[in-house]
Write a protein that binds this ligand. Structure first.
Ligand SMILES: Cc1cc2nc3c(=O)[nH]c(=O)nc-3n(C[C@H](O)[C@H](O)[C@H](O)COP(=O)(O)OP(=O)(O)OC[C@H]3O[C@@H](n4cnc5c(N)ncnc54)[C@H](O)[C@@H]3O)c2cc1C
Length: 388
């Protein structure tokens, strides 16, 4: 057992930490008010190579391990969960789909610029009637000559309006559930592809991250925009989501860590009854509980990332890390707001934003309930009903 990060892992974490302290934290409030992250910020992240950390060098990435990537994801979330969402969607979802199932040409022409951060990607599985029950997706893709014709709608797609390419899951007409689903690349601006709604700063949280609804109306894409084999999209989506969830778990620790650091600062500075509030046992208890939970959640995501780096099955480890991380972040943000008192409720202090941003972690990429179902399935399998 080795609990020590390598020098390279420490260096990339420090690089991300200093980027976040200088380029993210001082500006997040303004980004939220505008409902957008300036392109210059993602360009700086691209210059630092953050979008391609676990992608092989042949395809525009750095070819580093998943532990390094997850450490960077934690740091970005410590500053801004909207920005962390952009990183996760780009690398863990769109990038991993192409890496896992894309053709060599797709990897060279689309994955490589994605990994270099030259343009943004998005990943569209959810539909108005298919969220947790994603296999109920209704968007169809019909082959006509050298083209696929897409019809349907997608809901809540992060960066769906900004992405140069959207990975879209659609089914062959006449198929049901997991069968007949394939993944496709749809380029922004393709006739028949419409962004029908974008929600930014009217959401509970993630107010600097655009969440788009998309529609496909006889949208024709070239035959070579199919990703992977026809009908194998469901397996690809589940494989990719496991990578995405690892990022959410690391991001949860970033929020927990931010809440802990901000609480320590406030507990030292704020005075009541002639003493710093950090002298009161009830405040100290909240700090101690936060510290335990943040560290436990960090160890869970690091183990999941380490298993991935060893080439081992990490599905159980990922769901444990995502479920505990998402719940931990909500609890830590709640405690941080409590420690800040009225200032915690005010939009002037960042704990208010972390409180709002923590909630999404237990909703997207598989809700807390879905993670519990996966964990129980990994442990128990399917149990048959008794014969009547
Ligand atoms: C800000 C934001 C960004 C998003 N970004 C993306 C994106 O980029 N790409 C994408 O594809 N999707 C994205 N999503 C969609 C997200 O993944 C879904 O919202 C999520 O999967 C839940 O689906 P739903 O909203 O339809 O809720 P539902 O599936 O309707 O769930 C409602 C409730 O029922 C519970 N539930 C459902 N089934 C069961 C069950 N069998 N047992 C117990 N409880 C159950 C759920 O846990 C939940 O509590 C995003 C969503 C948001 C809000």
């Amino acid at each position: 057992m080795e609990f020590q990060l390598s020098e390279a892992q420490k260096l990339i974490r420090e690089t991300a930490r200093s980027f976040v302290d200088k380029e993210v934290i001082p500006h997040v409030k303004a980004w939220e008010e505008k409902g957008a992250i300036p392109q210059t910020v993602t360009e700086k992240m691209a210059d630092l190579g953050f979008f391609g950390i676990p992608i092989p060098e042949d395809y525009g990435g750095a070819g580093l391990d998943y532990v390094s990537f997850a450490l960077v994801v934690e740091e970005i979330a410590r500053g801004c969960n909207s920005l962390r969402t952009t990183l996760s969607v780009q690398t863990s979802l769109a990038g991993t789909t192409l890496l896992a199932a894309g053709t060599e040409a797709q990897k060279k022409t689309i994955l490589a610029p994605l990994a270099r951060g030259e343009f943004l990607g998005a990943w569209a599985l959810t539909e108005p009637d298919a969220g947790s029950d994603a296999a109920n997706l209704r968007t169809t893709a019909k082959r006509e000559g050298d083209e696929w014709v897409l019809n349907g709608a997608k809901r809540f797609i992060s960066n769906g309006n900004l992405a140069e390419y959207v990975v879209v899951f659609a089914r062959e007409p006449g198929t049901a559930r997991q069968d007949g689903i394939s993944a496709f690349l749809v380029k922004q601006g393709t006739p028949g592809f419409h962004v029908t709604n974008v929600e930014t700063n009217t959401k509970l949280g993630l107010r600097a991250s655009p969440t788009a609804d998309l529609a496909f109306d006889d949208c024709r894409i070239p035959a070579d925009h199919l990703i992977g084999r026809q009908g194998e999209g469901w397996e690809t989506a589940m494989y990719v989501l496991n990578h995405g969830r690892l990022g959410v778990a690391a991001g949860a620790v970033g929020i927990g860590q931010a809440c802990l650091e901000l609480s320590l600062e406030h507990a030292r500075e704020r005075r009541a009854f002639d003493r710093p509030i950090g002298a009161f046992q009830l405040i100290r208890e909240m700090i101690a509980e936060m510290a335990v939970e943040v560290e436990a959640a960090r160890l869970l995501y690091l183990k999941a990332a380490w298993l991935r780096d060893q080439g081992e099955d990490n599905r159980l480890a990922v769901s444990l890390a995502k479920l505990f991380g998402a719940q931990m972040a909500v609890r830590c943000a709640d405690r941080a707001v409590q420690i800040y008192g009225g200032y915690g409720f005010s939009g002037e202090y960042p704990v208010e934003r972390h409180f709002r941003d923590a909630k999404i972690l237990g909703i997207y990429e598989g809700t807390n309930e879905i993670q519990k179902m996966i964990i129980a399935h990994e442990l128990l399998g399917e149990l048959e009903r008794a014969e009547a």
